[in-house]
Design a protein around this ligand. Structure first.
Ligand code: BGC
Length: 750
């Protein structure tokens, strides 16, 4: 009896809180979401699931719809990942709205330093907040399956652990500001060619261990507010319509509790997407509203399914600055953030080659600076990943600012060449989506180079590549050098070396290029990738030794493109044949290489590479000592001591690889399971790094049993300066363990 009356009281309270309340006065709060859902008409609910137009922040990519009667505000979504992408100028005001162009994701990953990434994105997230945006559409985190993917610069690595840890740090930093992120593009969006329709046909093992693994880490450790489903299909179904992916794996297995939004566009079968757990359609179109509503009315979408997605949306909305009524300033501290951007590039740039201590330079040399890219520096890339910065420093100005004397005639020659090229460049800039980024190089005669070599102390050649959304790169004249570049390198090498002078190459590239055929021609190679608006200054910091480089490669540089396993199933510039819908590598892509991506393939099969995964030089050397591993109930803890043996201060990245015992599933010879980076060690100074690996992280995926399995036996734990340079080993015994998961990802067609 007592119970019954308590129930009645509770019901009455519930009624007064929600159902019976005057609908007009009901306003969304964090604690009345159920009441709001109860008060919403189905028409209103559906509008919340479809993005709409807006003009709150010019240049933002999309909006969610407001329902003023219930106090539900519009929220604003804008691109990343190298910084916030909004329009820098607005009608009717002289005020500008520039954002900071931070280093691109590939460079951030080269730092192997999650703390650094978090610092960068804490600053980035502040711009999101202060410009009135609720969600940054980043991090981009598809794996580098193939170096020609046009958006690799927006992504981190060929390895899922490195990629996942970087993304988690990125998310934490941005979200510290009380704004959201969107981990994208979920999943297997590894090529731009026919990106809206391509069917990625991937085994469950490769999905679980590689293409989903990085998202799993990012979701569990970063807790993004949102995830963006990709355009492509996965094993025959659009990812945005794949219930197994968006609900079973993402939510039920990994515990994701935010919203899933589509990538930008309208696909058929909005109803299937809604049922699959894709909460929000972006950019959003009336036809999607009509479809969802019709399906709700016919019962094809149940009230529970509709309410589930609406609940997710409301839980998202109550976290946003627009809901909180945050008074944004439109005045983030761009100066301070430029410093952050420069420091991040400093800490991430990779030194690939340094014969006879060519670098660092003394700082007072007369420098002949070559290459169109010395003027037209590639700070970021093109497409939605571009940031509208006020300025992107180029190498000419950065070298001059650092006190170098440049060969003035040569500097002007490239300035003129760039001016001539500008029409082409402008065309590209206005049509960022889907355009190949052609970069011509200026020709220089051998005679001119001969004379320049007499007059200058050293040659620095800035070799550039741009890339971006909507198009993949190609093999000829892009992955490989074009004829002008090759001739230039050869002539520079002969002329400068004949006089005992050095030739340094700066690789200002968005993705991997071929290096094996020409690296012997040059004395030093510095790899800043696309390092953001301040990146040119950071390159100069490394050239002068103001900064001792400490970045390492987040992917492998193969000897030849055709050595890369996915090259057999990637559109590298060959023309597609066949009927629409059936074209190999265009309409569908077979991930035939399975789990043998990057170093997993090269290392296991002893295939020679140009630069191995995890490789990078320093101006000092490090000794590794006391490798130790201690098993605990959840896995093991590894420690290693690193000592700076050289004459200058520096930081070292230690990579922890594991070689599993035989007997279980067939596995790569070595797999990255953890990594650490020392602080700046003074000459002679040591630091002991501690790295933890759980039994679950050691597991591989059995398709037969749909389970993660850690094989029993002795694991070799390898402490590497790169995957090819193991400096310490230890062993650890583990017992067998397994974790069953759902078999819901479909199978690649034969
Ligand atoms: C891209 C996304 C981006 C969105 C909004 C799409 O074309 O694939 O990465 O976030 O546009 O600009």
């Amino acid at each position: 009896m007592k119970r019954l009356s308590l129930l009645l009281v509770l019901m009455a309270v519930g009624l007064s809180n929600g159902f019976a309340q005057n609908k007009e006065s009901l306003t969304l709060r964090e604690d009345n979401i159920e009441a709001i859902i109860a008060a919403m008409t189905n028409e209103e609910k559906v509008t919340l699931l479809v993005g709409g137009p807006g003009d709150l922040v010019p240049g933002a990519a999309g909006y969610t719809r407001a329902i003023p009667r219930l106090g539900i505000p519009m929220t604003v979504l804008a691109d990343g990942p190298a910084g916030l992408r909004i329009q820098p100028k607005r009608e009717g005001t002289d005020q500008t709205f520039y954002c900071t162009g931070f280093p691109t994701s590939t460079l951030l990953a080269s730092s192997w330093d999650p703390e650094l990434v978090e610092t960068v994105t804490t600053a980035m997230g502040n711009e999101v907040l202060e410009y009135g945006v609720d969600v940054l559409l980043a991090p981009g985190m598809n794996l580098h399956r193939n170096p020609l993917c046009g958006r690799n610069f927006e992504y981190y690595s060929e390895d899922p652990l490195l990629s996942g840890k970087m993304a988690a740090a990125y998310i934490r930093g941005v979200q510290k500001n009380g704004v959201g992120t969107s981990a994208k593009h979920f999943a297997a969006n590894n090529q731009e060619t026919n990106r809206l329709e391509n069917d990625a046909r991937v085994s469950n093992r490769a999905l679980r261990e590689l293409y989903l693994k990085n998202f799993e880490i990012a979701v569990k450790e970063g807790k993004p507010w949102t995830v963006m489903s990709s355009y492509n299909k996965l094993n025959g179904e659009y990812t945005q319509q794949k219930h197994g992916l968006l609900t079973t794996v993402l939510r039920d297995e990994w515990g994701f509790d935010g919203i899933v939004m589509t990538d930008w566009g309208v696909k058929d079968n909005t109803v299937k997407a809604t049922k699959a757990g894709n909460d929000l359609m972006e950019w959003g179109n009336q036809v999607e509203i009509d479809r969802i509503l019709a399906a709700v009315n016919s019962g094809e979408i149940s009230q529970e399914e509709l309410d589930r997605n609406v609940r997710n949306m409301l839980n998202y909305i109550v976290k946003t600055p627009h809901f909180r009524g945050y008074k944004f300033s439109n005045k983030p501290d761009l100066k301070a953030h430029a410093e952050v951007a420069r420091k991040a590039a400093d800490e991430s740039i990779i030194l690939l080659r340094n014969e006879n201590n060519t670098l660092p330079l003394k700082g007072n040399e007369k420098v002949a600076l070559y290459g169109l890219t010395s003027v037209d520096f590639v700070g970021i890339g093109t497409g939605s990943g571009e940031v509208n910065t006020e300025h992107i420093a180029n190498m000419q100005e950065a070298m001059k600012m650092a006190g170098f004397t440049l060969d003035q005639n040569l500097a002007e020659y490239y300035q003129h060449f760039y001016a001539q090229q500008e029409t082409v460049q402008k065309m590209e800039r206005n049509n960022r989506w889907g355009y190949r980024n052609i970069r011509e190089e200026a020709e220089l005669s051998a005679r001119a180079i001969y004379l320049q070599a007499q007059e200058n102390d050293v040659a620095v050649y800035v070799l550039g590549r741009n890339a971006g959304e909507g198009a993949d790169r190609v093999l000829k004249d892009d992955f490989e050098l074009n004829t002008t570049e090759r001739e230039l390198l050869q002539n520079l090498s002969s002329a400068y070396h004949a006089l005992g002078k050095k030739l340094i190459v700066v690789l200002n590239v968005g993705g991997v290029i071929e290096t094996a055929s020409w690296k012997h021609l040059v004395d030093a190679i510095v790899l800043p990738w696309s390092p953001g608006q301040e990146g040119a200054h950071a390159v100069v910091d490394v050239l002068t030794g103001k900064v001792n480089p400490s970045g390492k490669l987040p992917m492998t540089f193969a000897m030849r493109y055709m050595d890369i396993p996915s090259s057999k199933n990637f559109p590298y510039g060959q023309s597609a044949s066949g009927r629409r819908g059936e074209r190999k590598d265009v309409d569908f892509t077979n991930y035939e290489e399975d789990i043998w991506v990057g170093y997993r393939f090269f290392q296991t099969n002893n295939v020679e590479v140009s630069y191995p995964f995890g490789y990078g030089l320093s101006y000092t050397t490090f000794a590794y000592s006391k490798p130790k591993v201690k098993a605990d109930k959840d896995g093991f803890t590894a420690t290693i001591t690193v000592t700076n043996q050289g004459k200058v201060a520096g930081r070292e990245i230690v990579e922890l690889y594991v070689a599993a015992p035989s007997g279980g599933l067939e596995k790569p010879a070595r797999e990255l399971k953890a990594f650490g980076k020392t602080k700046l060690l003074a000459p002679g100074e040591s630091e002991t790094l501690t790295m933890k690996v759980s039994a679950y992280e050691l597991a591989s995926f059995s398709e037969e049993r749909s389970a993660w399995e850690t094989a029993a036996g002795t694991y070799q734990v390898l402490f590497g300066a790169s995957i090819d340079d193991i400096r310490g080993t230890a062993t650890c015994k583990m017992k067998a363990q397994s974790w069953e998961v759902h078999d819901v990802l479909g199978n690649p067609k034969e």
